[in-house]
Design a protein around this ligand. Structure first.
Ligand code: AP5
Length: 227
């Protein structure tokens, strides 16, 4: 990956299936950033059977939001790790105005700042098709799509060759709840970042190649070049 001079911290905001995970993985690997995905961190807790994982599992299976305190602590711990000193992508966090305010406090206390909050704008009807065809490598969080982003070998992770699977929350009823929560709890946060002049909206309905170009433009110049 290519090291950049300034360390930049970015927040990725978007509905489930908007492409946050796909592109944070690319951005991380291109510019040597660290990726902090609260969803992946929580799934890791579930997989290793911790008490926190047990608590999160029931909530996530229903498509609800895990309590702010839990995710805030996770982010705080991750952000302080040495590999995040060169910059970080926050994927799926913050998700509520309360989390955004708390995140600002954490950054301020550490003498850090936020470079941009990128909003992946996608219509709801696209989400179902995306999540219906999604396959994930659960241990790493790498995400594929049977049609739009197929793995090199069907059903296998490109890096490890291990099996890919469907996420348990990628079922119609849970997707519906996740989308409702996005509209009621996460979308109001856009205004919060807009007022601070930090919001960049990208057209995440375009092809993966096009979305990637838009993200790189924001990352390099701080400006959105198309919507
Ligand atoms: P999380 O894991 O964050 O899930 P999410 O926000 O619902 O987002 P997804 O991971 O489903 O979608 P994505 O935007 O990453 O899409 P992807 O790139 O894979 O959270 C899961 C749960 O954890 C939450 O429901 C909640 O319970 C809990 N949680 C997490 N964070 C929390 C927080 N901060 N507070 C409280 N609770 C929290 O892409 C989707 C598919 O589309 C893939 O197949 C991909 O290949 C394909 N694709 C991507 N881009 C394109 C494109 N441009 N064109 C065509 N296909 C595309």
């Amino acid at each position: 990956c290519r090291h950049i001079k300034d360390s930049k911290r970015l927040v990725f905001i978007g509905a489930p299936g908007a492409g946050k995970g796909t592109h944070s993985y690319k951005l991380q690997n291109t510019f040597c950033l660290c990726q902090i995905s609260t969803g992946d961190l929580l799934r890791n807790e579930i997989r290793t059977g911790t008490q926190l994982g047990k608590q999160a599992k029931t909530i996530m299976e229903k498509g609800g939001l895990v309590p702010d305190e839990i995710v805030i602590n996770m982010v705080k711990n991750s952000l302080m790790k040495p590999d995040c000193a060169k910059g970080a992508i926050l994927d799926g966090f913050p998700r509520t105005i309360q989390q955004a305010q708390k995140f600002d406090e954490i950054l301020k206390n550490e003498g850090l700042s936020l470079f941009k909050a990128i909003y992946f704008k996608v219509e709801d009807d696209v989400i179902l098709e995306r999540l219906g065809g999604r396959l994930v490598h659960l241990p790493s969080g790498r995400s594929y799509h049977t049609k739009y982003n197929p793995p090199k070998i069907p059903g296998k992770d490109d890096i490890t060759g291990e099996d890919l699977s469907q996420r348990p929350d990628d079922v119609p009823q849970t997707i519906k709840t996740r989308l409702e929560n996005f509209h009621s709890q996460t979308k109001p946060m856009l205004d919060y970042y807009e007022k601070q002049g930090l919001l960049a909206t990208i057209n995440a309905q375009a092809s993966i190649t096009n979305v990637w170009r838009q993200i790189k433009d924001v990352f390099k110049s701080g400006k959105q070049t198309s919507e």
